[in-house]
Design a protein around this ligand. Structure first.
Ligand code: NDP
Ligand code: OXD
Length: 310
């Protein structure tokens, strides 16, 4: 009988209890799963989320893996007490949510929907937007989420360019990588979507210099992490008319402080870190599959590289 410690916050336990037990039963794994932990040395696996119960992992001497419910791991990856393997979340339902958020906000800006939804003077302006094939989109980050969003945007006809750390060949996608590829990937992009993790290398990737490479009037969508953008540079580019709009889901400080300029800026849309949520039913299956793998001596899925930070 395995012992699983649900250290992902008591508030989440009611939503996860039944899906986890069901997924364990379906996988034929005998396990006790609980949000209580009487004996850390008896725990086989930790199901974790930031803001949960654990800061010091050292008493969990028998633990074979820490299974994060979040895709982003910046809040745990540098924890010096964590010596166990760490897996991040790749959840098909979370991915679906991200695709919908990115498609929705891309289409809003692409079609210029605000002009018609907010039209207090009843202006009759029959200007048509370009069609998708005329609107280049660049996605920074070609991981689980970036690739899913790229595929969905391509299906609608957008020419999509992607950028990551390592070289990639993905059908229909122009892929660039590394510092040298960033300028090419961003140059003349009309919409840029940030789906990078927060690591020391990715902080402020959109800054005074790189914002200037975008097409005039470009739109920025950031469902990745707030640290990817130099906020002052973004606001300056909006104020100068270089950018058309920024739709931001993630921020350096969350909740976004009430006095932050993003709230009041007419060309910034704030969404409250809701682009994509881990969903208990599908995420429980992912967690349990990793427990099955670890017990069978098979490689873990979505293992975090602690040195790379994602
Ligand atoms: P992945 O780990 O699958 O992908 C990360 C991508 O970023 C990879 O393509 C990787 O390149 C690239 N990358 C990392 N570091 C660099 C670098 N220094 N230079 C260039 N590219 C780099 O992550 P996911 O796609 O699953 O998630 C991405 C992020 O989305 C998460 O880390 C999280 O911050 C955010 N997120 C936000 C949510 C929300 O609700 N707002 C919900 C879920 C996630 P390579 O492929 O070469 O390794
Ligand atoms: C995540 C997130 O990383 O919700 O999963 O941002």
């Amino acid at each position: 009988m395995l012992t699983l410690y649900f250290a992902a916050g008591r508030a989440r336990w009611p939503a996860y209890e039944a899906p986890l037990r069901k997924a364990l039963a379906e996988a034929g794994i005998a396990a006790e799963v609980s949000p209580d932990c009487a004996d850390p040395a008896a725990v086989d696996y930790i199901i974790f989320a930031p803001g949960g119960e654990i800061e010091d992992f050292s008493p969990f001497t028998r633990c074979k893996a820490v299974l994060n419910l979040w895709a982003g791991v910046e809040k745990i990856v540098g924890n010096p007490t964590l010596t166990q393997p760490l897996c991040r979340m790749v959840d098909p339902a979370l991915t679906a949510g991200m695709v919908e958020w990115v498609l929705g906000h891309t289409l809003r800006h692409h079609l210029g929907m605000d002009r018609h939804i907010i039209n207090p003077t009843h202006e009759w302006d029959p200007t048509s937007p370009p069609i998708a094939t005329e609107r280049p989109v660049t996605i920074l980050g070609l991981g689980a989420l970036g690739q899913a969003c790229a595929g969905a945007l391509q299906t609608l006809g957008f020419p999509v360019t992607g950028w990551g750390r390592t070289p990639k060949e993905i059908a229909g996608l122009r892929c660039y990588h590394g510092a040298s590829g960033l300028k090419t990937a961003l140059t003349q992009a009309q919409i840029v979507v940030l789906l990078l993790p927060n690591t020391p290398e990715t902080q402020n990737i959109l800054n005074v210099e790189s914002l200037d490479w975008l097409a005039d009037g470009a739109f920025v969508l950031n469902p990745g992490r707030g640290h990817l953008i130099d906020d002052d540079a973004l606001l300056a580019a909006l104020d100068a008319g270089k950018l058309g709009h920024a739709t931001l889901d993630v921020f350096r400080t969350e909740p976004l402080p009430q006095d932050h300029r993003f709230w009041a800026h007419p060309r910034v849309t704030v969404t409250p870190h809701i682009a994509a949520e881990t969903r208990p039913v599908s995420a429980s299956r992912v967690v349990v599959e990793n427990i099955r793998r670890a017990q069978a001596g098979e490689p873990l899925l979505h293992l975090v590289d602690r040195l790379r930070g994602y």
